[in-house]
Design a protein around this ligand. Structure first.
Ligand SMILES: [Zn+2]
Length: 497
């Protein structure tokens, strides 16, 4: 973007045209001699107000060069000459010197990339000429929203997206979320599914508000930090601090899409999926403090993007304990020192919980359903012990064990022929083969398959079958109880349903 501005500036000659032949625009305060063409400018005194040389008198009666008649200029300024004054005008230049001194240069100019040569360039030029200063400290250049197929929207092409039905269907916060996901300087094809995602986030945040709100019922004041916090509480507070840092850094450089991504990941995955699942059954001072602090700061970070849902959460859950009248009047969250050990332990716990959740989903077992036992075998057992209770609650296990090793026993439960392969390969002998297979115990069959082939006698004929004709099911057991296993990093999760 900067290159575009530099290229344009370098390509300019000294006399590029800034007048236009139009009716409605700012008149150029100049009179020209009808005889010799000499130009007379309005005096500084005259130019303190609007001067129209086609109706106002020139500062001299006749041309000072030849005495000819002075005629008011009928050309007008290019429109960007007017808009180039916005940073001066909006900071009260020549109207309130004290205010102007405090406001100028402005902090930010947001604009799109199609007017770098015009609005940006003219603003910089004018400010330099008048104030010998830059007009603003930063310029943020964003792209266009295109039609869903990536082409520009035009009324004539009939591909203009009307924002009003989108607002009605999904709400203003959802549309703002979508706008925030568009990265700087790039044109984006409109994607309605991102607006849908925005609405889902609104609902998620609302539901989380309902959940955390239950922990604040009956409170007289905001919960104070207790002396003892659980590993999961230290973890979520550290994850919050990391998120605050990342979000703030991206806000500082106007990378709103990245900031939004950090907030979304934190609220949706880390806070809702992991922490809330770990603490759902707790009710103690530490969890109350962590839920209060973490969710308030998360909603504060969300507030610039999704102001309405953020304010709703604040007013219903936090305003009673917090001095500020609105979330938009609260201070920006400050990160604390990150507890690296707690982060590692908590991240690992979250991975274990996610693995067990996926195991449940595969078996169509509800995420909230209890399992009898989880044993974590191998890996860094000292670290797992730090968050043992958090893991146990997160996976909804009645008991949790952490062990260096486990003696798992594998047993064959069934061996079934794969009929879809048997038929085409053995045709009319298939029936006799199935009957012969039925006479061999599962354990014996499994042993033959493990050795490479099953040999049997079908209606007096010897048949040899490879492992591809069988489906062998095995079960694992630990101390006589049937279990399943999931490898998760260095650790083996042994799950007893
Ligand atoms: Zn003249």
């Amino acid at each position: 973007m900067k290159v575009r501005l530099e290229d344009w500036t370098k390509s300019l000659e000294w006399d590029w045209v800034l007048s236009r032949q139009r009716i409605f625009a700012t008149p150029i305060p100049v009179w020209e001699c009808a005889k010799c063409g000499h130009a007379v400018c309005a005096t500084e005194e005259q130019a303190r107000r609007y001067v129209d040389p086609t109706t106002d008198a020139a500062p001299a009666d006749r041309c000072p060069e030849c005495g000819g008649e002075l005629v008011g200029c009928t050309d007008v300024f290019d429109t960007w000459m007017d808009s180039s004054g916005s940073s001066l005008y909006n900071t009260y230049w020549e109207r309130d010197p004290e205010l102007h001194r405090r406001l100028f240069p402005m902090s930010l100019r947001p604009q799109s990339h199609d007017i770098i040569r015009t609005w940006a360039f003219y603003s910089i030029l004018r400010s330099e000429q008048i104030k010998e200063s830059k007009p603003w400290n930063d310029i943020m250049i964003h792209g266009f929203i295109m039609a869903p197929d990536g082409t520009p929207m035009h009324t004539s092409a009939g591909n203009v997206i009307d924002p009003l039905p989108i607002l009605e269907n999904y709400g203003a916060d959802a549309l703002r979320y979508y706008a925030a996901t568009c990265s700087l300087g790039i044109d984006h094809a409109f994607r309605e599914k991102d607006v849908v995602r925005g609405k889902k986030i609104c609902i998620k945040v609302y539901n989380l508000g309902q959940f955390v709100g239950r922990y604040f019922e009956g409170l007289k004041a905001a919960p104070e930090r207790p002396a003892e916090l659980r590993s999961s509480d230290r973890w979520i507070l550290s994850k919050l601090s990391q998120t605050i840092k990342n979000v703030t850094e991206n806000f500082e450089v106007y990378q709103f899409d990245k900031a939004m991504k950090y907030i979304e990941d934190f609220i949706w995955h880390v806070f809702a999926d992991d922490y809330v699942e770990m603490v759902k059954n707790r009710d103690d001072e530490a969890v109350r403090y962590a839920l209060y602090t973490v969710f308030l700061d998360a909603v504060k970070m969300l507030a610039p993007f999704m102001p309405h849902i953020a304010e709703e959460i604040y007013q219903t859950r936090y305003a009673a304990f917090n001095g500020a009248r609105s979330i938009h009047l609260t201070s920006w969250p400050e990160p604390e020192e990150v507890d690296e050990k707690a982060v590692e332990a908590g991240d690992t716990a979250a991975r274990f919980i996610a693995a067990v959740r996926a195991w449940k989903a595969e078996r169509k077992i509800g995420v909230g359903a209890d399992i009898s036992r989880l044993e974590i075998v191998g890996g860094d057992s000292a670290m797992y012990r730090m968050s043992g209770e958090d893991i146990r609650q997160g996976v909804r296990a009645k008991t949790l064990a952490i062990a260096e090793r486990a003696d798992l026993v594998e047993t064959v439960t069934s061996v079934k022929p794969v009929y879809a392969k048997l038929g085409p390969a053995f045709k009319d002998r298939a029936k006799a083969i199935v009957a012969a297979l039925g006479r061999i115990p599962a354990g014996e069959l499994a042993a033959m398959i493990a050795e490479g082939a099953v040999t049997l006698d079908a209606d007096g004929q010897k048949v040899k079958m490879g492992p591809e004709f069988f489906e062998v099911r095995k079960s694992l057991s630990l101390d006589g109880r049937e279990v399943s296993t999931v490898q998760c990093g260095d650790a083996l999760l042994v799950i007893e349903q």
